[in-house]
Design a protein around this ligand. Sequence first.
Ligand code: CA
Length: 647
Amino acid sequence: MKNFLILIFCLICGMTAKAEELQLKSPDGKLLVTVSDANGRPTYQVSYNGIPFLKSSPLGLITNIGDFSKEMTLQPDARFGTVDETYSLPTIKQSKVHYTANEAVFSFSQEGRTAYDVIFRVSNRDVAFRYKVYPKKQTLCCIVKQEATGFVFPDGTTTFLCPQSKPMGGFARTSPSYETSYKADDAMGKNGWGEGYSFPCLFRNNDKGWILISETGVDSQYCGSRLLGHENGLYTIGFPQEGEMNGNGTSAPGLALPGETPWRTITLGETLAPITETTVAFDLVKPLYEPSRQYQYGRGSWSWIIGMDGSTNYEEQLRYIDFTAAMGYQSLLVDALWDTQIGRDRIEKLATYGAGKGVGLYLWYNSNGYWNDAPQSPRGIMDRAITRRKEMKWMQSIGIRGIKVDFFGGDKQMTMQLYEDILVDANEYGLLVIFHGCTLPRGWERMYPNFAASEAVLASENLHFSQGSCDAEAFNACLHPFIRNAVGNMDFGGSALNKYYNAKNEPRGSRRITSDVFALATAVLFQSAVQHFALAPNNLTDAPAWAVDFMKQVPTTWDETRFIDGYPGKYVIVARRHGDKWYIAGVNAQKEAVKVKISLSMLSSGTEVQLYTDNELLQGSLKGMKLNKKSEIQLSIPCNGGVLIVN
Ligand code: CA
């Protein structure tokens, strides 16, 4: 009887409590976000052209000053506005961006007090939102113990995800470092290896379209997050694992109040074009400081990818400086163990020698530290300001161009602080920064002007380490433009022209099964303003002249990027523009050759183009041709092969 009365009471309350429902549309009116407080639960849903892309999905935070995921009231007086901004960012997929969006600030209250606003921005291809949490009386800080924030996908949605590793695993207990394999077109309802998935996360809404979930604006003021999978199409924001960084630091972030969380981003559309072309990771953030100098991006080489640790010696680095100069490249990355195998005195000599040939040096550093066992030196320098700044002052004095810092392993707020501190100090000494064994950069290209790129992918080192990675090279290449590389610069270190991953290029170890045109195409498909290609001095004589010539002229900065065709994990064709030159690059991972007719509307009919193609035996060739009246071109890309068109 008592339960029955409670049920009746709840039904009456449910009927009388008026649920508020407010909406925000994109500038073109196609993207629609609906925010609600039905049953006291803050939710939002997203549709495109009237088709649901995200069903009613949870919002809210559980903090140590209150549970703000339930018993919440949406205030009816949302504040609406527009955003119209133009900015330049030469390091990303598009050098000049015009970002227009509609904005709404939805306030949620509890017990008559505004607990937080949810700030939504909706452009024609992206939805983004974040929380602004308010003080509670005299309490001016809080711990966010958990986010209710989630994403509920329509039934039948399939996933393209890579699992987040467990903490303190992998090489020398350095994980998670965003180096796991993707599964394409998988069913929902799983949770990776038990720890969810690394951002960004791609979903296919049946035959209706595509959705990429990620986050941006993550810095020392919050932690990085991951996506946890549940039943019934629900994925929720997950904080870092307790065990990351050997258990040091909290997994729950602290927030000064009033304070804002990072942006959660949802990029979607009927095709993969919005995802390939999105700049949402950069649209929503602002530079956190001024660059201390005009930074030089560009191309370079590194001996380690072919020669491994033993190649970090003085003579080999001299040889690579000569090779780098011969390619017309600007930098040489001197990898791990240079401190013991070369020494600081001779690094100074190398820097001077390189400067004489227009080649600057990047130096490798270990990030640790007391949080993993990675033994490669130099260690114990980048983990604290005292040693780091002294080292950077020395680097500045000998003209070092940048640093590559490796082995982080985690997304805790303390780890984000370390990334930020390294970047800030490096800027003071005029150094560019590349991160390896690391997290995904979340808007960092714009936030930190001296940030160059991050790995956060199963990169070229794995091609050296295992034949399995070589066998899956094309599959992975067909994923990155739609997932990892869609939201940030990707330091892959690839485009090898060696047949074998060893310094003599002789038949032992890992064998490259992709074509030379494929290697060239990935130099365009894999975007990063700083690229150290896996080319070797022997390629000047043992690789085709047309391939070496292309690698001599391929740019690393782009004015525009356009999706042409493709399907994640199967094949991809993307066009990028540098000045008035277009580079249309494609690769294929499917057993059957992909035969497509593409329309190059960016080039007028009669344009002379250079066409790089493979035959069925993956033998590449270069020929000139004139585009027909419709600027259409019929392509056939064999398995593990590529195509390139350059005007
Ligand atoms: Ca790595």
